[in-house]
Each structure stands twice: as C-alpha cells, then as structure tokens.
Design a protein around this ligand. Structure first.
Ligand SMILES: O=C(O)COP(=O)(O)O
Length: 217
C-alpha cells in the first residue's frame, strides 16, 4: 500500500545543531553575549525559531526588547547557513530513496523556518525526494498544532509521521496520524516514557519497519 510519509527535519533527518548554534552564537557575539554550547542550543530546538530565541534570551538574561531584533538576525543567518551533506544521519538518503521507489509520497513537516528548510534540503541534496515542504512559518500555527501535519499530508488518508521529539509525537496524536520515533535525535525525555510509540534507531531499518506497519494502517 502506498502511503504519504511526513518527516520532521531537525534531529530526525539532519543533525543540524552545529549550524543552528553557529547562527545563534554569531548573533550573540555582536552583543558581547554567549557563546552557548551546542548542547544548550539543542535543548532549545523543536518548537520553532521564536521559541528558541526566547529561551536564548532567558538563558543569557538579555533585555526583553532585544528578542525581536535577535530573532531577525538569527533568521537572516539561518536562511544562509550551509548544511554539509555529512549532517544527514547515517542511512537517511538511501532509506528515503527506497521509500520513493516503493511508491510512497514523502513530505517535510518541520518547525524550522521554511526558507532555511528549503536551503537545508538543497544543500544536502534531498529537495527532489519531497512532494511537499511545510516549515515553521508556513502557517499561522506551529507544531504541536496539527495543522502543519495536515497540510504536509495534503488530505492523504493513509499516512505516517516520522520524528524525534515529544513535540512530534504530540503533533501526530493531535492529527490522528500514526507516529514513528527516531530514537537518536533531540528527544528530551527517556525513550521508556514514549514506549507506547513505535521506534527505530537506524534509518537502515526504516523501510522494513514501514512495510510491516503499513499492512495494519
Ligand atoms: O524547532 C525548530 O526550529 C525545528 O525543529 P523540528 O525540525 O524538529 O520541527
């Protein structure tokens, strides 16, 4: 059976924290603030850029009035930053190619800003694999609101969402779509806390896992 499979981006297909941290720290350096470690920045990824900037500002006690300018500067850097192909998690490209060859339609549903998402997909050579790309500023609301996932799935009844975080799991649940958890990404809680969720730790296993599950969808 062919499915529409939506993927989260940061922490699912791509380990993008080094690039995000670079953008954040470049903008902070002009203020004489920071730098923040990649680990700290990773903890702020998942709810979109405005939420990340608010957490950066809180962490460093930056003046409230600086939040909007800081967001604008980070967004400008983020839209230009190069993502190396090595940022893809192992096996991602091959797994996506297999899923396409099997006739599935693929989409991106990420809270990363849309322009930065398109650049990241182009840099890593993934653009042509996806039929639809919904970014964090594509719609009035972000994940965990399910509207983004509905848009990414474009009305397809037989669908799956693949992501790495609690936000992704919550989004899938709100949309009524089955969820597959990639356990090697930026999840904040223990895997056991999400043990009711089907999971995988290697993209080499994903096509088989989807084939097994698609029979029960
Ligand atoms: O928070 C972000 O900017 C992106 O996060 P996501 O790709 O995991 O949705």
């Amino acid at each position: 059976m062919s499915l529409t499979i939506a993927f989260d981006l940061d922490g699912t297909l791509i380990d993008s924290v080094p690039q995000i941290a670079d953008c954040v720290n470049t903008a902070l350096a002009t203020r004489g603030a920071g730098p923040l470690t990649q680990r700290t920045v990773q903890g702020f990824v998942g709810k979109g850029l405005p939420a990340l900037v608010r957490q950066v500002a809180r962490e460093l006690r930056l003046p409230e009035a600086d939040t909007d300018p800081l967001h604008g500067e980070i967004l400008a850097l983020y839209t230009r930053v190069e993502t190396p192909a090595s940022a893809l998690y192992p096996g991602v490209r091959a797994a996506l190619a297999v899923l396409r060859d099997e006739g599935h339609s693929l989409a991106i549903c990420t809270n990363k800003p849309h322009a930065a998402t398109l650049k990241c997909l182009a840099d890593t050579g993934l653009t042509l694999l996806f039929d639809r790309v919904i970014g964090g500023d594509s719609l009035p609301t972000r994940k965990p609101d399910p509207a983004m996932l509905h848009a990414a799935l474009d009305g397809s009844g037989t669908a799956l969402y693949v992501g790495d975080s609690e936000t992704d799991a919550e989004t899938a649940e709100a949309a009524g779509i089955p969820f597959l958890l990639f356990t090697e990404g930026y999840r904040k809680s223990a895997v056991e806390d999400l043990s009711h969720t089907a999971s995988f730790s290697s993209f080499a296993d994903l096509p088989n896992l989807i084939a097994t599950r698609s029979s029960s969808l």
